[in-house]
Design a protein around this ligand. Structure first.
Ligand SMILES: Cc1ncc(C[n+]2csc(CCOP(=O)(O)OP(=O)(O)O)c2C)c(N)n1
Ligand SMILES: O=C1C[C@@H](O)[C@H](O)[C@@H](O)C1=O
Ligand SMILES: [Mg+2]
Length: 638
């Protein structure tokens, strides 16, 4: 006879989470590290009671904003290379609505996370329950339906026994490298507390094998033939290369056959920046070296990359007439892109098999890789020494602001600090094994070009969704993933203002994070975009109705939360603050006032296909439109 145990749905959920393990490359460990929570009437008596009763090995962390805590969970998983996750429980209605943005972030970046929003009553007895919105055409629609398009797996639990098949499906999805993403299980708030006689087998230890997908012989022969036929192949290192931990094999492949590596945001920090054949970021936010190499190449070997418009410069950076593509990706959907020869397999396994098959091959790059790298390093050096002057300053982003406007910023913000100078000073000062995180604004571009990441997996960029507000929340998740390393948020003032609630969570639980806040008093990169395309400066600077620049004391805000705060408007002050921050046990924030227009600009065809108006009185807009039409003539159409 079946042995059963009587538990509430929520108690069964927590018991199950404690028994999920993953097995990767011979190692086995629990998959669910913990659970973030904000309790409301929808989950406090169900999941709240179950956790209080017996949380098992799960670490329980109280968040401050549902989006923020879910972003922390996502960053944890990303930093753990998708081997472990946090779950996230929210109340219903606004609590679950706040998860929608985070689910989108997880989906765009292929990051597993378990979202557990509460749902309206299955019995419908108190209909409408507090926070239940009402649709006239369907009582079955709740706020949680908004999570369907942003979840890789989605389910609603209206009976306790549904939980079993739902959880098994969710864990299958989250532990499959080709499908990994957010799994959302919405549990009716009354059902959380309802009991059922669960089969005890359901709670036995369950191991999810994350096996490496092996390429077929046909795929390997096809890939080897393409490489042998190519004079100048180029490897694009994407996020999949990092998750597959293919550092060593990529370096061996690159060195042996003299093939340059270029990186996407997700792929950066798979292979250290100092590796001689690593030419850095590709595309719109790429380096001069990587973009020049891309233009010369006749075979692009995409490794675990989605080829977003940033990496391909809106499909214009390659010569599509002559260039061939070879895509190595666990996802067939991704491998099919750009008419490539697809190898739907694990990156590391594929390169291990390919290396011996290319014996005798050598690319025709010769010394070019070294020359390109040296040229770029000299440019980076220049960007680290940008100094302001009040007469004829020539910023990186040219012809937008007059000298008078730049001087106005220098006066109001009391600074002469250039963003690139500050960023490189930080890179030179902090410990090389420190972890840094960023996601939106002008800083991702600067980081992809300028940041030297010389310890693998220390560069954490969320650029699938580029979600403002991920930065501070994500730093908490990154710190939870590796408490032994210093964790730094690289964040603009706009992103900081949008969401930094989890700085308080970090302080509350004594998880030290360091927020490096670049305040240029505005949405700088969007201001650049609008002005680059011929528009005026319109609602992207932070100015009052009477045109005064906002000057916010962010250090004071951080002090108010209990962080150690610094104000650094010169390189000397910045270095001193960084040195002191390293000695602190508690979280810190360094506020830097930086001048607008001093971020780095694009290199070599870093054009971006944007929705430029077809009709405009402005000459600049008209020119931008014409330019776009020209560019699209040679762009890949799909
Ligand atoms: C949630 C979200 N809303 C809007 C955007 C669009 N957006 C991208 S960057 C940006 C401005 C960022 O400003 P800030 O953080 O100050 O960085 P800066 O560009 O000034 O360096 C905006 C509004 C976004 N990426 N994410
Ligand atoms: O619209 C955007 C422009 C990018 O430069 C920026 O990094 C990104 O955050 C974004 O959303
Ligand atoms: Mg800004």
């Amino acid at each position: 006879m079946m042995k059963t145990v009587r538990l509430t749905t929520a108690q069964a959920l927590i018991k199950f989470l404690n028994q999920q393990y993953v097995h990767i490359d011979g190692e086995e460990f629990p998959f669910v590290e913990g659970i973030f929570n904000i309790f409301g009437h929808g989950n406090v008596l169900g999941i709240g009671e179950a956790l209080e009763r017996d949380s098992g090995h799960l670490k329980v962390i109280q968040g401050k904003n549902e989006q923020g805590m879910a972003h922390a969970a996502i960053a944890y998983s990303k930093q753990m290379l998708r081997k472990k996750i946090y779950a996230v429980t929210s109340s219903s209605g606004p609590g679950s609505a706040n998860l929608v943005t985070a689910a989108g972030t997880a989906l765009a970046n292929n990051i597993p996370v378990l979202l557990l929003p509460a749902d309206t009553y299955a019995t419908r007895q108190p209909d409408p329950v507090l926070q239940q919105m009402e649709q006239e055409h369907s009582i079955a629609i709740t706020t949680n339906d908004a999570l369907q398009p942003v979840s890789r797996y989605w389910d609603r639990i209206t009976r306790p026994e549904q939980l079993m098949s739902s959880l098994i499906r969710a864990f299958e999805v989250m532990t499959d490298p080709a499908k990994a993403g957010p799994a959302t299980i919405c549990i009716s708030q009354d059902v959380e507390g309802e009991a059922f006689d669960y089969d005890v087998k359901f709670f036995e230890k369950r191991v999810h094998y994350i096996d490496r997908k092996i390429p077929t012989e046909r795929e390997l022969i096809g890939a080897a033939e393409l490489i042998k036929a190519s004079q100048k192949p180029l490897i694009v290192v994407g996020g999949g290369a990092k998750y597959s931990e293919s550092r060593e094999v990529l370096m061996e492949f690159s060195e042996r056959y003299n093939i340059p590596l270029v990186e996407t945001q997700a792929g950066k920090s798979t292979v250290e920046s100092s590796f001689k054949n690593n030419l850095g970021g590709l595309g719109i936010t790429g380096t001069l070296a990587a973009n020049k190499a891309a233009r010369q190449s006749d075979l692009i070997i995409g490794v675990g990359t989605r080829f977003t418009d940033f990496a391909t410069s809106s499909k214009t950076i390659f010569d599509f007439e002559t260039t061939k593509f070879l895509n190595i990706n666990v996802s067939r959907m991704q491998a099919y892109k750009l008419d490539a020869f697809p190898v739907a397999a694990d990156a590391r396994t594929t390169f291990e098999a390919l290396i011996p098959m290319l014996e005798g091959y050598m690319s025709e790059f010769g010394e070019v890789i070294t020359e390109l790298k040296e040229e770029w390093l000299a440019e980076r050096d220049r960007l680290g020494k940008v100094t302001f002057n009040r007469e004829n300053f020539d910023p990186e982003i040219k012809n937008h602001f007059s000298q008078d406007v730049l001087n106005e910023y220098a006066d109001v913000l009391n600074t002469e600090l250039a963003q690139t100078t500050a960023l490189i000073a930080i890179n030179d000062t902090i410990d090389p094994d420190s972890m840094i995180i960023c996601s939106a604004g002008s800083l991702p571009g600067d980081l992809q070009r300028l940041w030297h990441s010389n310890v693998p997996n220390t560069y954490h960029l969320e650029y699938g969704y580029s979600c403002m507000g991920y930065e501070v929340s994500g730093t908490l998740g990154m710190k939870l993933a590796d408490p032994s390393k210093e964790a730094y948020t690289i964040v603009g003032d706009g992103s900081f203002l949008m969401l930094h609630s989890e700085l308080i969570t970090a302080i509350q639980y004594n998880k030290k994070i360091n927020v490096l806040l670049f305040d240029n008093s505005g949405y700088g990169c969007i201001n650049n975009l609008q002005m680059d395309f011929g528009n005026g400066s319109y609602y992207c600077e932070f100015r009052t109705d009477d045109n005064q620049i906002l000057n916010i004391d962010y250090a004071k805000i951080a002090e108010g939360y209990g962080a150690k705060a610094y104000r650094a408007n010169t390189v000397e002050e910045l270095k001193a603050a960084l040195e002191d921050a390293m000695k602190q046990d508690k979280s810190t924030l360094i506020e830097m006032k930086v001048l607008p227009k001093t971020m780095s600009d694009g290199y070599e065809g870093s054009w971006w296909n944007l929705g430029v108006p077809e009709v405009s009185e402005r000459e600049g807009v008209q020119k931008s439109y014409e330019f776009k039409q020209q560019k699209l003539k040679n762009a890949k159409q799909y």
